[in-house]
Ligand binder design. Sequence first.
Ligand code: MV4
Length: 451
Amino acid sequence: MFNKILIANRGDIAIRILRACKEIGIKTVAVHSVVDAALMHVKLADESVCIGGNRSSESYLNISAILSAAEVTGADAVHPGVGFLSENEKFARMVAGNGMTFIGPSPEHMRMMGDKIIAKKTMAELGIPVVTGSDGEVKSENEAKEIALQTGYPVLFKAASGGGGKGMKVAQQEDEIENAYKMAKAEARANFGDDGIYMERYLAHPRHIEIQILADTFGNVVHLGERDCSIQRNHQKLLEESPSVVLTEDEREKIGDIVTKAIRKLGYVGVGTLEFLYENGEFFFMEMNTRLQVEHSVSEEITGIDLVNEQIKVAAGEKLSVTQDDVKFNGHAIEFRINAENPENFMPSPGRIEELYFPGGKGVRIDSHIYRDYIVPPYYDSLIAKIIVHSKTREECLSKAKRALDELVIEGVETTADLHRKLIRNKDIMSGDFDIHWLENNLETLTKGEQ
Ligand code: MV4
């Protein structure tokens, strides 16, 4: 097992990783920017190193500063957390090149999943269902039109180096192909420095359902079921839940089986998430995230498995502590992301936390780094707390969420808390009747208070 882990992240996720380290008995090194010197993860760590200025590029994305911090503190492993360098293949290679362990999959697997065309092809070959579309890159408008004759309209252009939805373009019919093709190529080049694009049949009303997996170096792979992340805006998830109301036990077992078999064949090691769109009872693979995710806690609550603990252990070459038969799905969990932002336009709302009271009680988990008088800086992600509620049934979970969100007090910055209070009282949310476009379509009525 590792002796000392450097945590290359900040905020709630840095604390989450610290907690796992402490429980295993591993020493911890926190890194931070100038403005983050008073953060909780800095206070809770055994050692800390200031790695640079406030902009992420100067600190949490500053590879040489992070590697130096690891070297001077004698860390033998680096945990990248979520976001920042967590899916940066080059960083993973450099960590290994400096004789430390990168807590994540191999750089080869990171590269493979970073290329969305290769990821899709690989998964399809491994038996994972994908949506019909181009066989790799689309090279011309004429080729695009021919493919669309096979798939049917509408079609969607996506960037090969993309992900997270940036630069996607829909063509409803043939006369829209030219424009969509050109726009997608230009945006791909501008955003990712690579103008490779591919094409898929466009799914109009899918849900976003993702499968959590966990794999060790001995070929053991388990899945922890799904998370329904359909409630999002601009590709920013707002709440996530497990199980999804639309899946039957049989469907869960079937897709879980397909996924674990594929991941085993792939030789992937670590935690990972396969992101699917789900429409009319069918799954379609979109992307794989080769890291821990913000919403991992939802799966932890319903399975009782500590994902970060397992992640660290498999990175150290230990066996998974559970088999698939040990994974039991227990009740229902929902995570509410509390962001310091305006709930109507989602603009960041940095500033001082003037008043703070967190809910508690059975089945209420708070993952957060904030405290009274903490100043939310304007430089980073606006997530300031995650409230995860867990109960026997979805109905009980929503009822617990009402009570927990009503206890919550955060003053000094605007937050998404009120939006959540409205969401869980909405009839579509209560019945589970939503797709990935629901929030955008219903935001105005929600925030005006009409139901
Ligand atoms: C799609 C799609 C419809 N049809 N692919 C956006 C992020 C990327 N991971 C996949 N995305 C989409 N791919 C086909 N063939 C719609 C989306 C999409 C979306 C997906 C998940 C969550 C939110 C979304 C919001 C808009 C579009």
